[in-house]
Design a protein around this ligand. Structure first.
Ligand code: PGA
Length: 250
C-alpha cells in the first residue's frame, strides 16, 4: 500500500435495493472516524439508487459515484443515456468507466475514451478499469492488451490527476481467484511504469479489483504501490466491506 489516500470503491453492479441503503450504518461511522482519514470510500450503486444513497450518507465522508455514463456530456435527446452532467448534478463525484462488464456490452476503447472526455468536461473523476482475459494471460499477451487499453482510452488526455486506474484481471472478477502477490505486484509496477512514461511527472493512482474479500485482503494489502481496492460482490454486505477497510488499515 502507499502512504497516500487509500480508495475503497464499492461497485454494486446491477444489485442493491433501498433497504440495503437504509441499513448502512457502520460504514458511515467509519468514514467519519478521524483514525481513517486517509481512507476514501466511494459507493457506486445503480443509477436508480444514487439519489437515495446520497441522502443517506450526506453527513458522512462517503463519496458517491456511478457505474457508467454517456459520452454525451450534457443534456439532449438521447433516450436511455445518463450524461456526466446529470450525474454531477445529483451530487456524485466519480464514474467507473471501462469495466469489463460494460466492455462486454459493447464499450470499445474508443467509446470509453469519449466517455472519459465527457466526464472530465463535467468535472467528474474517473475510475478507469483495465484488465486482461485468462486467454490473454495464457498467451502472454497481458501487457499488450493493457497497453492498448491505456493508450486508446487515454487518447488526447493530458492530465491523469482525476483518474484512478483500476487493474482488474477479468479472470479474477467474481471468480474467487486472485493473482499471487508477487505476480500482482510485478504487473502493477509495469502498469505504473507505462503510465508514467506517457504522463511525465505525474503520479498514477492504481487500485486492484477482482474477488477482494475480508479473507484475501490480509494478503492483498501488502502489494506495494497500490492505492486501494475496487470491491464488487463483497461490497453488497456492509459488514464485509467494513471488514475489508479495517483489515487494510491495521
Ligand atoms: P468482484 O467484482 O469483487 O465481485 O470480483 C469486482 C468488479 O468487477 O468490480
Amino acid at each position: 500500500m502507499t502512504n497516500n489516500n487509500i480508495y475503497f470503491v464499492a461497485n454494486w453492479k446491477m444489485n442493491g435495493h433501498l433497504s440495503l441503503i437504509k441499513r448502512l450504518k457502520n460504514v458511515v461511522i467509519l468514514s467519519n472516524n478521524k483514525k481513517y482519514k486517509k481512507i476514501k470510500i466511494i459507493y457506486c450503486p445503480p443509477f436508480t439508487l444514487i439519489s437515495k444513497l446520497f441522502d443517506k450518507i450526506k453527513k458522512s465522508k462517503i463519496i458517491v459515484g456511478s457505474q457508467d455514463c454517456s459520452y454525451e456530456d450534457n443534456y439532449g435527446p438521447f433516450t436511455g443515456d445518463v450524461s456526466p452532467k446529470l450525474i454531477k448534478e445529483i451530487g456524485a463525484k466519480y464514474v467507473i468507466l471501462g469495466h469489463s462488464e460494460r466492455r462486454l456490452k459493447g464499450d470499445t476503447n474508443k467509446i470509453i475514451n469519449r466517455k472519459i472526455h465527457a466526464a472530465l468536461k463535467q468535472k467528474l473523476k474517473i475510475i478507469l478499469c483495465i484488465g486482461e482475459t485468462l486467454n490473454d494471460r495464457k498467451k502472454n499477451k497481458t501487457f499488450s492488451v493493457l497497453k492498448k487499453q491505456l493508450l486508446l482510452c487515454l487518447k488526447k488526455i493530458n492530465n491523469i490527476d482525476n483518474i484512478i486506474f483500476a487493474y482488474e484481471p477479468i479472470w479474477s472478477i467474481g471468480t474467487g481467484v486472485i493473482p499471487l502477490n508477487n505476480i500482482l505486484e510485478h504487473d502493477i509496477s509495469k502498469i505504473i511504469k507505462f503510465i508514467k512514461s506517457k504522463f511525465k511527472n505525474q503520479k498514477p493512482k492504481i487500485i486492484y479489483g477482482g474477488s477482494v474479500n475480508p479473507e484475501n485482503i490480509v494478503k492483498l494489502k501488502h502489494i506495494k504501490n497500490i492505492n486501494g481496492f475496487l470491491v464488487g460482490g463483497a461490497s453488497l454486505y456492509e459488514n464485509k466491506f467494513v471488514d475489508i477497510i479495517k483489515k487494510t488499515t491495521i
